[in-house]
Design a protein. Sequence first.
Length: 88
Amino acid sequence: MAESHTVKNIPCEACHVSKEKMETPTITQCQQCHNLDVLVKQTESVKPRNPHFSPHYQNKLECSNCHIGHEPSENFCGQCHNFDFKVP
Ligand code: HEC
Ligand code: HEC
Ligand code: HEC
Ligand code: HEC
């Protein structure tokens, strides 16, 4: 996921804030470029459920639960549901 950004010349700091402390980016960082309302709409028709909106977390689940960063993505909902998500 992160690599698809760096190839577009998006700097490390866009997600990590500071080059000195590479902390796990929060939703606040991602949100600066990915409007949450737009995102929820974009994946509205994903089956079996919208990964960006749930009764538990609404649209507030930390992105890095699924879009891990520099490692393969994960299907966070899959811990409890049989949702067959392919997370980019
Ligand atoms: C699109 C956002 C994004 C960009 C751009 C990005 N990262 Fe990350 N990075 C992440 C996320 C998300 C994690 C957290 C992974 C996790 O939760 O385990 C992370 C984690 C890290 C970590 C902590 C070690 C690890 O893998 O958990 C380091 C170090 C790091 N990134 C370095 C960089 C460097 C250097 C760059 C620039 C070349 C960069 N990142 C660009 C999203 C990004
Ligand atoms: C500086 C702006 C910027 C930031 C910050 C940013 N993104 Fe992106 N992201 C983009 C752009 C631009 C694209 C490409 C959109 C396109 O091609 O339509 C993209 C594409 C994506 C994609 C789909 C492409 C793929 O397969 O990787 C995902 C998933 C994504 N971003 C997740 C995240 C997450 C999670 C974070 C926070 C850790 C984040 N982004 C932070 C600008 C950003
Ligand atoms: C529960 C897991 C999960 C979480 C949390 C999550 N995503 Fe996603 N994301 C997905 C899945 C699955 C897809 C692929 C949807 C599809 O099949 O088109 C996706 C696709 C995307 C895309 C590409 C959208 C497109 O045009 O198809 C972007 C951008 C993105 N996510 C950004 C984010 C951002 C930003 C956050 C945090 C606000 C986030 N995601 C949180 C699972 C997740
Ligand atoms: C820790 C376990 C857990 C996780 C993680 C989890 N869920 Fe759930 N979810 C439940 C339980 C328990 C119910 C209530 C039982 C039911 O009604 O099926 C539920 C109910 C739901 C429902 C309403 C019932 C339905 O099937 O229509 C939706 C929609 C849903 N979850 C979506 C999600 C999405 C999307 C994610 C990931 C972002 C997620 N859940 C993550 C446990 C979880």
